[in-house]
Write a protein that binds this ligand. Structure first.
Ligand code: ATP
Ligand code: MG
Length: 392
């Protein structure tokens, strides 16, 4: 026997006052969108503080649950049976057949938890709990009641129709993507930036991404890896428009004109400037990076400050206080780790100095950047005008 419907619970968005509808509608849209990509047809509907996804055809349970587990805003996924209200005796029958169908092995402890949304229902919740408990015990004598730590918590929600469920699968939490603006993710091929994108998308922010590619120093395979990472993040964030910037000439020019120990920091400042321009074009209000304090020379407090100074819009660094191991853990959980560790070169590693500055002084960095005045504006324009955009 297969569940036909899912009750989808949402947490944070439930408390949004008047905005609540905006959040609910976004969640419904995102669920519909995501379920279009699985086998089977679903009807997704909102009904008094609840979202239901109901199968209109056969479907693969695991595939659907996996898809729902990626949708931000969902607190819990409850596969359920929904029955018409055909009277109290019928409810007892329905509950018994639920237990019979979904629990092959009946030697479990249980508790019935009824919520009566329909206050006109002739029996109150306490009484329903007792009566249903009794018929279950009577019909399946191997079961036992345990009101403190039941193995099976049988939920019965009496509304216009009656929902019966006992499996609660945790969702990812967060807020529905699209309800909190858009940001531009600086997506490299590493471990950190896909995680950073995931974390900001989790707050309801739509994501665009930019990758700085430096052919022939970075290969097509390195680029493909970033496309693949964007696709993996898009399972959670919805489609990502990836901007691929050809960064080679800018990097070579910096290499030619600036002190080598400052290369990384100056390069990062130009990445920020280009990302900000692309953000403005695509309506993104902030930048996102995968930086974490002290992880490498370009992520000391002073380096971060120098990088920050090149941007005029907010820069979000959601993994700023994470240890590498914590970031790795999250990347494994969201499924980007294996792709991130594929050994393709990154444009930063090629031009990196042996002894990069770890405490850059902004004034000195700005002075070095003056060496670029002759050609840098033109190179920036070319880089921005030749961006390749890929939907991932
Ligand atoms: P990651 O694991 O995300 O690559 P990292 O530890 O390698 O990070 P850096 O190379 O110093 O760190 O980069 C810091 C951040 O700068 C990255 O998290 C990313 O947001 C951005 N970044 C670095 N290189 C690129 C690139 N080639 N294209 C786009 N963004 C980049
Ligand atoms: Mg990197």
């Amino acid at each position: 026997m297969q569940y036909k419907s899912f009750l989808i619970k949402y947490a944070e968005i439930g408390v949004k006052g008047k905005n609540r509808y905006v959040f609910e509608d976004a969640l419904v849209t995102n669920i519909r969108h995501s379920l279009k990509r699985v086998d089977g047809d679903f009807e997704v509907a909102k009904e008094s503080g609840r979202i239901y996804a109901t199968a209109q055809s056969d479907y693969d349970f695991d595939e659907v649950v996996e898809a729902l587990k990626c949708i931000f805003g969902i607190a819990a996924i409850c596969p359920m049976v929904q029955v018409e209200d055909l009277g109290y005796e019928d409810l007892k029958k329905q509950v018994l057949s639920y237990v019979d169908e979904f629990y092959e092995e009946k030697s479990f402890t249980f508790k019935v938890n009824t919520r009566r949304g329909n206050k006109k229902y002739p029996v109150n919740s306490e009484q329903i709990n007792r009566d249903l408990g009794e018929v279950i015990l009577h019909t399946f004598p191997e079961t036992k009641v345990d009101v403190h730590k039941p193995e099976v918590m049988l939920h019965v929600e009496v509304r216009n129709k009656i929902n019966i469920y006992s499996h609660i699968i945790p969702g990812p939490g967060g807020m529905p993507v699209g309800t909190n603006g858009k940001a531009m993710l600086l997506l490299s091929g590493g471990i950190d930036s896909p995680v950073a994108g995931y974390m900001i998308a989790k707050r309801g922010v739509r994501i665009d991404a930019v990758y700085f590619h430096a052919p022939p120093y970075t290969s097509d395979r390195a680029k493909q890896k970033v496309v693949d990472l964007a696709k993996l993040v898009s399972r959670y964030s919805g489609a990502i428009r990836l901007h691929i910037v050809n960064f080679t000439d800018i990097q070579l020019y910096i290499y030619e004109k600036c002190p080598h120990e400052e290369l990384t920091i100056i390069m990062r400042r130009y990445m920020m400037r280009i990302a900000e321009r692309l953000a403005a074009e695509s309506g993104a209000q902030a930048l996102i990076t995968g930086e974490s304090i002290g992880q490498v020379a370009s992520q000391t407090m002073q380096s971060l400050a120098a990088t920050d100074a090149s941007a005029t819009i907010p820069v979000f660094r959601p993994v700023i206080g994470f240890d590498k191991q914590e970031i790795v853990h999250l990347s494994e959980k969201i499924g980007t780790y294996e792709t991130s560790v594929l050994p393709f070169e990154d444009c930063c590693t090629i031009f990196v100095a042996k002894h990069p500055v770890t405490k850059p002084v902004l004034k000195l960095i700005e002075r070095s950047e003056e060496n670029l005045s002759e050609k840098i504006d033109e190179l920036l324009e070319t880089a921005i005008n030749t961006v390749e955009k890929v939907w991932c």
